[in-house]
Design a protein around this ligand. Structure first.
Ligand code: IPM
Ligand code: MN
Length: 356
């Protein structure tokens, strides 16, 4: 098959890690007889510098003509002073919104060989971590009404958490379908002891779960969930939650697996069109040094094959190669032990491509 992929390398380490994902995809194409056509395009800080806006129409058009989007990262110190709607992050939010990418999948897996990189005690990490965070991505407080106004309290600013029944149901569908293929356990995370929108969310979850009697459902309050994630992450399998809570919990989940440089993500719409990106940011402090970990970007490409192109075997082949590379001791700086030798970004990409 032939696939057209829009590449949005973005800022910071984005371009470096996206290159390694491309390398791996070329190799997979050769091995399985697919043709991947790549089109580079520009967004984020890079686009602000060149065109004066984070998400130029031309970029959006290239993405629209593609079968999937691979994004590196956006943002950096340079643009931190800009107003919200002109910042690099707006490119990310704009792409999510433009394509209706409401289902954000963020798997957090602790590789046995990286147990030492996990900051939790052995007695906790020995039980393993294998969590799929399903985060709602186009609703909630990120996209609700926001603004500034004068009230009797003086100058004020506000953001609104709003969820429709339809938005909640469609993310539940994603979560429950994924749970069917895993250990049939869903934890829904909310703040139903305080927020009306959470109470509503919880009611819909309870109603929805009636169609899945064989799936174990738990509700957990978000504050408790952040604590439980470090106390005993093995209790979680599929987590389903709002845009905001999912943002916080997925960062926490990534850190307990050793390095944020390892974790991929998929953002999908109803038609399985998607944007695939490492969950790490642009890491401007290490950009251009060739030390970034390309694993998250490479695994994001694997998620693209699985979730948008339905190429399960090809996807698994990449995952296996990553695992083999790690098991045989290959490390980038972020996951190397003290004084241990480590590979550059492109050397790690070469090793993984070589193992396909
Ligand atoms: C993420 C990021 C984004 C988010 C930012 C950069 C807009 O933190 O993908 O988790 O908050 O969703
Ligand atoms: Mn985040």
């Amino acid at each position: 098959m032939e696939y057209n992929i829009a590449l949005v390398p973005g800022d910071g380490i984005g371009p470096e890690v996206v290159e390694e994902a491309v390398k791996v995809l070329h190799k997979i194409g050769e091995k399985f007889g697919h043709k991947f056509n790549f089109k580079y395009t520009i967004a984020g800080g890079a686009a602000i510098d060149q065109f004066g806006e984070p998400l130029p129409k031309e970029t959006l058009d290239i993405c629209k003509e593609s079968d999937a989007i691979i994004l590196g990262a956006v943002g950096g110190y340079k643009w931190d002073h800009m107003p919200l709607d002109k910042r690099p992050e707006k490119a990310l939010l704009g792409l999510r919104y433009a394509f209706g990418l409401y289902a954000n999948l963020r798997p957090a897996i602790l590789y046995k060989t990286l147990k030492d990189a996990c900051p939790l005690k052995d007695e906790i990490s020995d039980k393993g971590i294998d969590i799929m965070v399903v985060r709602e991505l186009t609703g909630g407080i990120y996209f609700g009404e926001k603004g500034r106004k004068e009230t009797e309290k003086g100058k004020c600013a506000y953001d609104t958490e709003l969820y429709s029944e339809k938005e909640v149901k469609r993310i539940l569908k994603t979560a429950f379908e994924i749970a069917e293929k895993r250990s049939k356990k869903v934890t829904s995370i909310d703040k139903a002891n305080v927020l009306e929108s959470s109470l509503f969310w919880r009611e819909i979850v309870n109603e929805y779960a009636k169609d899945y009697p064989h799936i174990e459902l738990n509700h957990m309050l978000a504050d408790n969930a952040t604590m439980q994630l470090v106390r005993d992450p093995s209790q979680f399998d599929v987590i389903v939650t709002t845009n905001m809570f999912g943002d916080l919990l997925s960062d926490e989940a990534s850190q307990i697996t050793g390095s944020i440089g390892l974790l991929p993500s998929a953002s999908l719409n109803e038609d399985n069109f998607g944007m695939f990106e490492p969950i790490h940011g642009s890491a401007p402090d290490i950009a251009g040094k060739g030390i970034a970990n390309p694993v998250a970007a490479i695994l994001s490409a694997a998620m693209m094959l699985k979730y948008s192109f339905m190429l399960e075997e090809e996807s698994k082949t990449i995952e296996n190669a990553v695992e083999k590379a790690l098991e045989s001791g290959h490390r980038t700086k972020d996951i190397a032990g003290k004084g241990e030798k480590f590979l550059s970004t492109s050397e790690m990409g070469d090793v993984i491509a070589g193992l396909l």
